[in-house]
Design a protein around this ligand. Structure first.
Ligand code: NAD
Ligand code: LMR
Length: 329
C-alpha cells in the first residue's frame, strides 16, 4: 500500500457537485482502493460553514483512506503541495449578466487559482476544470501558471463523452461497456461535436451500425449537446452527481491509464492537431499513458465532422479573444 497520502484539492466544495464528489474521492474511487489521500476544500467565506458540515459527514463515513481534511478560503493554502486539483467552484450566470460579465467574474476566480497553483502546488500537479465555461476557465488558470506544463491543465469533456456513450447504447441496444473510441470535440457547450464516425460498438463502426445520418444529426448530436440544459429544465438545477462521476472518471483514467486500444474525450491544450489553433483548450480524443494525456493522432476527419469541429472551435476562439480583451490571459 502507498503510504504517502495524495493531496486532492476541491474548489467549490460546498456546492452541489462537491457534495457528491467528495464522498466518492474519499472512498477511493478517484485514485484507487490502495491510495490514501488528504482533502483540501476551498470555498468562499460565506460557504465555509457548509463545507465544515460536509467535512463532518466525511469524518462520519470513517473512510479508511482519508488521512485528513483542511478547509480554507485561501487558494495558497488550498493548493499547497496539491497533486490533484479539481476546480469546480465557478460563478454561474445570473439574470441580466452579459457574456463578458460572466467571463470577467470567472477570470476573477481562475486567475488567482492559476497563480496559486503555480506558486505552491506539487511538481506533479494535475488540474481538472469543471466550473463553466470550463474550457476557457482552464485556459485562464493555465495562463497564470507559467511554470506548470500546459498539458497538466484540462477541462472536463467527460460528462459529454459519457452522455454520448449512453445515448448510443440506448439506440443500438448494446451495453455501455461495448462502446469504445467515443470522442466529443470542441467546447463543453451546445456547439460540441459528439463523433460517431470513429466510435465503435462491439468492434463495429458506430455510424455504419446506426446507418441513419438523420438520427445522428437531428437526435443524437442535439440530445448530447443540449443535455446539460435538459437536466436544468427537469431538475431545476444543473447536473451534479453525473458531473461528479465524470470528474472521477477523468482523473482516474489520467492517473491509472486508459484501457488498451480505447480513448476518451478530454479538454486539453491543442498542439495544433486536427486544425485546432495551438494553445486553445478543446475536446480531443485522448489516451493516458504513464500518467499523461496524449491526443490520438491520425483520425480521418470527413466533411461533416470538419464543419462541426470548426464551428465549436470558432466558439472557443471567440471566448479566448474575449478573455484576452478583458486582460485575463
Ligand atoms: P454550485 O453553485 O452548487 O456550487 C458552486 C460552489 O462554488 C459554491 O459553493 C460557491 O460558494 C463556490 N465558489 C464560488 N466561487 C468560488 C471561489 N472563488 N473559490 C472556491 N469556491 C467558490 O454549483 P455546482 O452545481 O456545484 O456546479 C459548479 C460548476 O460546475 C458550475 O460552473 C457548473 O456550471 C459547472 N458544471 C460543469 C460541468 C461540466 O461538464 N464541465 C457539468 C456540470 C456543472
Ligand atoms: C452540464 O453539462 O450539465 C452543465 O455544464 C450545465 C451547466 O450549465 O451547468
Amino acid at each position: 500500500m502507498t503510504t504517502t497520502p495524495v493531496n486532492v484539492t476541491v474548489t467549490g466544495a460546498a456546492g452541489q457537485i462537491g457534495y457528491g464528489l467528495l464522498f466518492r474521492i474519499a472512498s477511493g474511487q478517484l485514485l484507487g482502493p490502495d491510495v490514501p489521500l488528504r482533502l483540501r476544500l476551498l470555498e468562499i467565506p460565506p460557504a465555509l460553514k457548509a463545507a465544515e458540515g460536509t467535512a463532518m459527514e466525511l469524518d462520519d463515513c470513517a473512510f479508511g483512506l482519508l488521512r485528513g481534511i483542511d478547509i480554507t478560503d485561501d487558494p495558497r493554502v488550498a493548493f499547497d503541495g496539491t497533486n490533484i486539483a479539481l476546480l469546480v467552484g465557478a460563478r454561474p450566470r445570473t439574470a441580466g449578466m452579459e457574456r463578458g460579465d460572466l467571463l470577467s467574474a470567472n477570470g476573477g476566480i481562475f486567475k488567482p487559482q492559476g497563480e496559486a497553483i503555480n506558486a505552491v502546488a506539487a511538481d506533479d500537479v494535475r488540474v481538472l476544470v469543471v466550473g463553466n465555461p470550463a474550457n476557457t476557465n482552464a485556459l485562464i488558470a493555465a495562463s497564470h501558471a507559467p511554470d506548470v506544463p500546459r498539458d497538466r491543465f484540462t477541462a472536463m469533456m467527460r460528462l459529454d463523452h459519457n452522455r454520448a456513450i449512453s445515448q448510443l447504447a440506448k439506440k443500438t441496444g448494446a451495453a455501455v461497456g461495448d462502446i469504445r473510441r467515443m470522442t466529443v470535440w470542441g467546447n463543453h457547450s451546445a456547439s460540441q461535436y459528439p463523433d460517431l464516425v470513429h466510435a465503435e460498438v462491439g468492434g463495429e463502426n458506430a455510424a455504419e451500425l446506426v446507418g441513419d445520418q438523420a438520427w445522428i444529426e437531428n437526435e443524437f448530436i442535439p440530445t448530447v449537446a443540449k443535455r446539460g440544459a435538459a437536466i436544468i429544465e427537469a431538475r431545476g438545477a444543473s447536473s451534479a452527481a453525473s458531473a461528479g462521476s465524470a470528474a472521477i472518471d477523468h482523473v482516474h483514467d489520467w492517473v491509472n491509464g486508459t484501457p488498451e486500444g480505447d480513448w476518451v474525450s478530454v479538454g486539453m491544450v491543442s498542439d495544433g492537431s486536427y486544425g485546432v489553433p495551438e494553445g486553445l483548450i478543446a475536446g480531443f480524443p485522448a489516451m493516458s499513458k504513464n500518467g499523461a494525456w496524449q491526443i490520438v493522432q491520425g483520425l480521418e476527419i470527413d466533411e461533416f465532422s470538419r464543419a462541426r469541429i470548426d464551428a465549436s472551435v470558432a466558439e472557443l476562439v471567440g471566448e479566448r479573444d474575449a478573455v484576452k480583451e478583458l486582460g485575463l490571459i
